[in-house]
Design a protein around this ligand. Structure first.
Ligand code: ADP
Ligand code: MG
Length: 738
């Protein structure tokens, strides 16, 4: 999917190597490919991740005055008088125009650390500038020269300091861009070079950009043209033109997304399923050591109705079961598999990781084997002979129908089923509509059931799950313990670490979660003054050093699947006591012995994400605790504080999701731009679009898409032509059964 580019528009067919400075087969081209940029159009649609508003220049004195307010002694949170925090708690980066007044001095400190240091001034005062580990910068700042510096100012012994600021030469009369874009890049590519390439691409191809939004709709919503939008998303003249550009591009992405979803749905609704007889699930239910909850029964009934066909019409089931971690989705999946298999069809169940697949295999074969159902496992680490046996069991024309449990990769690729009747996907918590369509398009026409632990707000579910019917499990099995949640600031870290130690000494295990590392890929021209965030690897090392007798390990998204699985397995086997991770454990395993969940920089996570993380503990009988660490722990009046409070006081995933939507808008619920590289869903970066505004654009795009579909279902009218190709349902999804 990722490599298939829409064709037709010249900018979209022109390879990036047609730009000067990018030679075919060269290093630049390889770097661009790594970013998913193949054509000039791709380059123009690689939007900045954020912007620096460097146009508002401040004076040294004004910042000194601001910084001297005692309650704002940032960035030393432990010195803070926490009760006085307001929303200005953190000084934002600022722009200064300063003349270098002392010659840069190179200082070599211990352990290979060096820095250069000099003073620069404006008419109101002097500022100290420091750069770490860039000795070559010594010659970049001759005395008397003028620069625009951009960074977070701090106070050092009474005077102002900028550490590793971005800088640009600013000789008198120079024209400096008021808003500077910052892109997500790959190593070796700098902001300056990338920006230059975008500039070239724009002058080269702007006139050949095709406007995908029909003019009528563009006018209806007063949105700018594609040419204006592309220009201003990269090189905004001011904040207003940036916003106009952003709205237009977001609306465009939403419209495309909506049309894709609707076209997939329309295609699927023409498909016809195998006939399913009346099937009694009592034998299955009587195997369970507990009665089903009402919500589980309702979900099973929904599935049964889908499978049997509505109003005499045998359509395909395409249903998602949404419910909090631990609400009992596996049993619902088992019931669906049971019905299908009793009717002579095979069922495939896919999990995102091998360890989850193994867990399901263990649970489901225990439950279903005694009912005469064959359950097989299909994961990468099986011995060749075992794998062959499993594959044979699926395709042997004389064998009984099977339930094959495995990882996505394995079931998608090698296996041919005799008569595949149902595909169940578990924990697909980021919704890849297109990915799902691609899956169901493979092989035969089968019913689809998706299990998700990410509750989606009602208002969004229509939109997000446009291609699915939804069953909600909004009731927990009786007797579940509540994971008491605390929200504290970083000054508690020491105490929390002591608590981690005590928990492990009591025989329990601990999860620690850090936000993913953001690589800003800065160069001299746009360094970042942001404080380093704690990373999983760094923190795991610090903990190991501190507690040499406790086995600490880390796992993060950049590790290979097998490596990740190995660590998770060791954790599940209680060989690792403290597991430090990024959010990969979110799609997680069941480790009932884990009793403590600690989340660092908790304000950076979506609430639903935090809720899922919290669901990783409290699965056993021992009392479990979740500690959210954030410097907004006491920052009353901020959105961050409100969100953390929601976590502390609310334990219902659906309620949390509604609250998160109200506070932050739909961004956290939509597929992220990283995941889109694979799934082809929503490439836009919503950062910077206010929540309510994004919601409005989303609604508008969906209602416009509905109108387009009823007026021109095949998108054959000329004004819909640019939309037709890019929203075409994936090939294969159209196959019907003979
Ligand atoms: P999830 O929805 O997160 O996939 P699981 O299906 O793994 O949840 O179920 C979590 C636990 O709850 C399992 O140990 C399961 O046996 C148990 N369980 C499921 N349904 C019920 C029920 N109706 N009553 C009691 N326990 C249940
Ligand atoms: Mg589950």
């Amino acid at each position: 999917m990722a490599n298939v580019k829409p064709s037709g528009a010249p900018a979209d067919t022109m390879p990036v190597s047609s730009l000067s400075g990018v030679s075919p087969g060269g290093v630049r081209e390889a770097q661009l490919h790594k970013l998913g940029i193949y054509t000039v159009g791709d380059l123009l649609r690689h939007y900045p991740r954020r912007y620096e508003f460097r146009g508002d220049v401040v004076t040294v004195k004004s910042v000194l005055d601001e910084l001297s307010v005692p309650s704002l002694l940032y960035p030393f949170p432990s010195f803070l008088d926490n009760d006085n925090i307001d929303t200005s708690y953190e000084l934002t980066p600022k722009s200064f125009i300063l003349t270098v007044v002392t010659e840069p001095k190179l200082v070599t400190a211990k352990r290979g650390i060096s820095f250069i240091k000099f003073r620069a001034a404006d008419d109101t005062g002097v500022c100290e500038i420091v750069f770490f580990n860039q000795p070559y910068l010594k010659r970049a700042f001759p005395t008397g020269s003028r620069f625009r510096f951009y960074g977070k100012p701090t106070l050092a012994r009474g005077s102002l300091r900028l550490t590793s600021p971005s800088y640009e030469a600013a000789p008198p009369g120079a024209e400096l861009a008021p808003v500077v874009p910052v892109y997500s890049l790959t190593s070796g590519m700098t902001q300056k070079i990338f920006s230059g390439l975008v500039k070239k691409a724009f002058s080269f191809a702007a006139s050949s950009l095709v406007d995908r939004i029909p003019e009528k709709l563009r006018e209806k919503h007063s949105l700018p043209t594609i040419r204006y939008a592309i220009k201003n998303i990269h090189f905004p003249a001011d904040e207003k033109s940036l916003n106009a550009a952003r709205q237009r591009l977001v609306y465009e992405e939403f419209l495309i997304y909506a049309l894709k979803v609707m076209r997939i749905r329309a295609t699927r609704d023409t498909l016809c399923a195998h006939y399913i007889n009346k099937t009694d699930i009592k034998p299955l239910v009587s195997q369970l050591p507990f009665p089903l909850t009402g919500a589980q029964k309702r979900a099973i009934n929904d599935i049964y109705a889908d499978l049997r066909g509505k109003n005499g019409k045998r359509g395909l089931m395409y249903r998602i079961i949404v419910g909090d971690v631990g609400c009992g989705k596996t049993v619902v999946a088992a019931a669906a598999a049971y019905i299908i298999i009793k009717n002579g069809f095979d069922c495939a169940m896919m999990a995102p990781t091998e360890i989850l697949a193994r867990q399901h295999y263990a649970d489901l074969s225990a439950l279903l084997s005694s009912l005469g159902i064959k359950v097989v496992l299909l994961v990468g680490s099986l011995k060749a002979r075992e794998k062959r046996e499993s594959i044979n069991a699926c395709c042997d024309p004389n064998g009984p129908p099977v339930l094959a449990v495995g990882t996505h990769a394995l079931i998608e690729e090698g296996v041919r089923f005799r008569r595949l009747g149902l595909v169940i996907t578990d924990e697909q918590h980021r919704f890849g509509v297109m990915q799902r369509a691609a899956l169901s398009g493979k092989g035969e026409v089968a019913h689809v059931l998706v299990m998700s632990a990410t509750p989606i707000p009602r208002t969004l579910s229509l939109v997000m799950l446009g291609d699915l019917d939804e069953s909600r499990i909004d009731e927990m099995p009786p007797g579940r313990q509540r994971v008491t949640t605390y929200v504290v600031d970083e000054s508690y870290l020491e105490r929390i670490e002591a608590f981690m130690k005590r928990e492990t000494e009591a025989g329990h295990q601990v999860y620690v979660v850090c936000p993913a590392v953001e690589d800003d890929n800065t160069d001299g021209a746009s360094g970042s003054g942001r404080p380093e965030m704690m990373t999983a690897v760094g923190y795991a090392e610090a903990l190991s050093k501190k507690f040499p007798d406790i086995k600490v390990a880390y796992v993060h998204g950049k590790m290979k699947g097998a490596e990740k699985d190995a660590v998770m397995r060791a954790f599940a086997a209680n060989e690792i006591k403290i597991l430090v991770s990024t959010t990969v454990i979110e799609v997680g395993v069941n480790v009932p012995n884990a009793t403590l969940m600690v989340v660092l920089n908790a304000e950076r996570f979506g609430l639903s994400q935090l809720h899922q993380l919290r669901g990783r503990v409290g699965r056993g009988t021992a009392k479990s605790i979740c500690i959210l660490i954030s410097r907004y722990a006491k920052a009353k009046g901020t959105t961050a504080y409100e969100r953390l409070e929601t976590m502390r006081t609310t334990y219902d995933g659906f309620a949390i999701a509604e609250r998160d939507l109200a506070l932050r808008g739909p961004g956290d619920f939509l597929p992220s731009s990283e995941s889109t590289r694979q799934s082809g869903d929503l490439p836009i970066n919503l950062a910077g679009i206010e929540g309510a505004c994004a919601m409005k654009l989303l609604d508008a795009a969906f209602s416009d898409a509905r109108e387009i579909m009823s007026d021109d279902p095949t998108l054959s009218k000329p004004e819909h032509e640019p939309l037709a190709a890019i929203t075409a349902p994936i090939e294969g999804a159209e196959r019907t059964i003979s």
